[in-house]
Design a protein around this ligand. Sequence first.
Ligand SMILES: Nc1nc2c(ncn2[C@@H]2O[C@H](COP(=O)(O)OP(=O)(O)OP(=O)(O)O)[C@@H](O)[C@H]2O)c(=O)[nH]1
Ligand SMILES: [Mg+2]
Length: 351
Amino acid sequence: MVSPMGSKRRTRMKLIDRAKIYVKGGSGGKGCQSLFKDIFHRKGVPDGGNGGDGGDIILKSDTNLQTLLDFRYNQHFRAGNGAHGGSNNKNGKRGFDRVVKVPVGTIVKDAACGLVMRDLNRPGTGITVVRGGAGGKGNSGRRDATPGEPGEERTLVLDLKLIADAGVIGLPNAGKSTLVSRISEVHSKIAPYPFTTKSPRLGVVRFHDDSFVVADMPGLIEGAHTGRGLGDRFLRHIERTVILVHLVDMAPLDGSDPADNYFKIEKELRQYDESVADKPRIVVAGKMDLSDSGRSLERFRKRTGKRVLPVSAVKGDGLGELIKTIYGKIKDVKKEFEEDNGQDRDQGAYG
Ligand SMILES: Nc1nc2c(ncn2[C@@H]2O[C@H](COP(=O)(O)OP(=O)(O)OP(=O)(O)O)[C@@H](O)[C@H]2O)c(=O)[nH]1
Ligand SMILES: [Mg+2]
């Protein structure tokens, strides 16, 4: 059951999306030193305004983002500096706040001490990671003007959590929700028509004293990577699983060939993203209780040359073996990953 993964796959394998960024709040503007003089005020009246405060940097979770990839190219973020104060008691404008969008599920850590500042696990939540410096005081308060304070600065480590250990994928109506409901406590809607499941549903599968998380994915169709069907919106969720369980219906209602269906999905994954296509896979033959499925399976094995696990979610056949296989594969992949990346974790090898 150990998956003999080649070195090519190893280098691509990505279990945690990680990025390191540097953030700096805006500096406070200088307070102004100024004296207002006219014939009535020969000595001059101090009228220097205050400098504006520097802007903050806020990290905010956004459902439109699924990876930390953008931070590979853009790692420095600065908020706006406060404007300097002016004469005539003119206060400087506050510097602009900078909002940096991150995917939901991003854990924000201070790189220097490793402390978790926040787990942005809900959409639209934010955290101010550095504050801007206070603006300096102008001399209108009858004392000398002061300079603005520098903004806080920090290096952050962003880790994006996986959503599941195993993602169950396949054509619409393949029986994914039925299968997931039989091995975990999650109960997605089940119906004999395509696209019943519209977004990934997560369930916990118990195995001896341990457990793993499985995601029931919406059905995939040809052209999904270009947005067809439920499109690439949820294809992005597939990126955030350790392994994929590809469920193939052995007795499709439309009379199509299971092997063709299998190749369609595999091609779709590759067109979407190589790293998704390279995820370790378990191929499962479903609906084995239906007539002719035995012969279908034989043909399928011949055409694909794959190791296939036959199951019937309705009857419960093969499910124990399937859980054991998924569990073992997840363990293998995680172990291999630790061995490959354990030593240089701090250099962002997860990313
Ligand atoms: N005979 C038989 N029918 C099954 C089995 N598993 C699922 N079905 C049926 O197949 C149909 C589709 O099942 P779902 O579990 O909703 O399929 P799905 O892959 O989640 O479908 P989408 O969410 O639309 O992509 C339903 O009518 C199920 O009752 C099985 O093992 N045997
Ligand atoms: Mg479903």
